[in-house]
Design a protein around this ligand. Structure first.
Ligand code: NAD
Ligand code: DAU
Length: 350
């Protein structure tokens, strides 16, 4: 193998797409997937690539500093793509401590180990920290987040991600660690845990359950197909300039209620139900605390400097995603059994 790359959080939603892309595209590169397998991590997500000779899975916790240090010493990684995180805003409101531990302490443990093991041999190395547009806070009706927008995180999740971004930049400036960062908008696609809006609604439509819309439903997000995020990550890992940040987005803003209307219509078509059937399930529920009104990304820098653009329209990506969830009922059933039911009852009790 020419290189060894550590991908953290590779059993999760985005991580599994990144692992698949790298394992298949770079057969001469050893991919080590480090994942704690929390409720969000699922090795079934990688069943199509886990037998490849250039893939290794390691179960472990990035919060365990000695374990992380030992792992870096054992594998002598050439690069790191760091995705492991607690990722759901609602869970961060219920249990912020887990977010501080994994997202902040876990990130600094990885940065620290990379610095120790790469000391005096940083040439050719790369530490890629994957982050979110939520660090920029919330927008009014107009305007876009650029790479120069000041940080203004407003949830425990986004505050913990902002802190991890600051630490990654600090390691670049203070220790010359070869860091690159990206901040991406909302992802959708296959293998997403159904706590997030789109797979949650798909799962509920299948079961004939209410579709919970927080507040007035006019909160706005910019949606990107997860496969396109994975190609952006590949592009930045290979060609991004060290010390730089790249915003990634889909030029694709939707108010939540409009998005759920579209999703209902696609589901009705795919399930062969009369149009309007699923829309009847829409139910307005109590708003999320501190709910950010609007996110929208200016991704012109990555387009201009690295030549990356999304490859599909939202209509194409959404239909492909809906088909995947309908064709993979076993996956959905497995991840919604057990602990998911308890989470759902608690989260949506009012
Ligand atoms: P996810 O919740 O689906 O997956 C997270 C993965 O990290 C899981 O496999 C989990 O087991 C693992 N993990 C959690 N804690 C760990 C720990 N302490 N040690 C090792 N592994 C641990 O998350 P996702 O949606 O795939 O997001 C991945 C990354 O991308 C996160 O850093 C997130 O902030 C960022 N991001 C997500 C989105 C999005 O829309 N989902 C958008 C922009 C950025
Ligand atoms: O912007 C990037 C971020 O996108 C990522 O960093 C996060 O990891 C990811 O979870 C996502 O955060 P959001 O909070 O935007 O995603 P979520 O799917 O939870 O919610 C999308 C919108 O839908 C948001 O305005 C809240 C709303 N919503 C969500 C759920 C789960 C509802 O109205 N009802 C719901 O039941």
């Amino acid at each position: 193998m020419k290189q060894t790359i550590l991908i953290t959080g590779g059993a999760g939603f985005i991580g599994s797409h990144v692992v698949r892309l790298f394992v298949e595209k770079y057969p001469d590169t050893q991919i080590v997937n480090l994942d704690k397998l929390t409720y969000a991590g699922n090795l079934e997500n990688l069943s199509d690539v886990d037998q490849k000779p250039n893939y290794t899975f390691v179960k472990g916790d990035i919060v365990d500093r000695q374990f992380v240090q030992d792992l870096f010493e054992k594998y002598q990684f050439d690069g790191v793509i760091h995705l492991a995180a607690e990722s759901h805003v609602d869970r961060s409101i219920t249990n912020p401590i887990a977010f501080v531990e994994t997202n902040i302490l876990g990130t600094v443990n990885l940065l620290h180990a990379a610095r120790q093991v790469w000391d005096g041999k940083m040439e050719g190395k790369r530490f890629y920290h994957v982050s979110t547009d939520e660090v920029y806070g919330t927008l009014g009706a107009t305007g876009l987040f650029t790479e120069e927008t000041s940080y203004d995180p407003r949830s425990p999740y986004s505050a913990s991600k902002a802190s991890s971004d600051h630490l990654a930049r600090a390691y670049y400036h203070t220790y010359d660690l070869p860091v690159v960062i990206s901040n991406c908008s909302n992802n959708y696609g296959s293998h997403q845990f159904p706590e997030k809006l789109i797979p949650l609604c798909i799962n509920n439509i299948k079961a004939g359950k209410a579709l919970p819309i927080y507040g007035d439903g006019k909160y706005t997000r910019d949606w990107l197909w997860v496969n396109d995020h994975a190609t952006a990550i590949d592009t930045i890992y290979q060609n991004g300039v060290l010390g730089e940040t790249y915003n990634i987005g889909g030029h694709n803003e939707w108010k939540n209620l409009d998005l759920v209307h579209l999703l209902c219509d696609v589901m009705d078509e795919e399930l062969g139900k009369p149009q309007g059937t699923s829309r009847e399930l829409i139910t307005f529920v109590k708003d999320r605390q501190g709910h950010d009104r609007r996110y929208a990304i200016d991704s012109s820098k990555i387009a201009r400097e690295l030549g990356w653009e999304p490859s599909v329209t939202f209509q194409e990506g959404l239909r492909a995603s809906v088909k995947w969830y309908l064709e993979n009922e076993g996956w959905l059933d497995n991840v919604t059994s057990g602990a998911y039911q308890k989470y759902y009852e608690t989260q949506y009790k009012d």
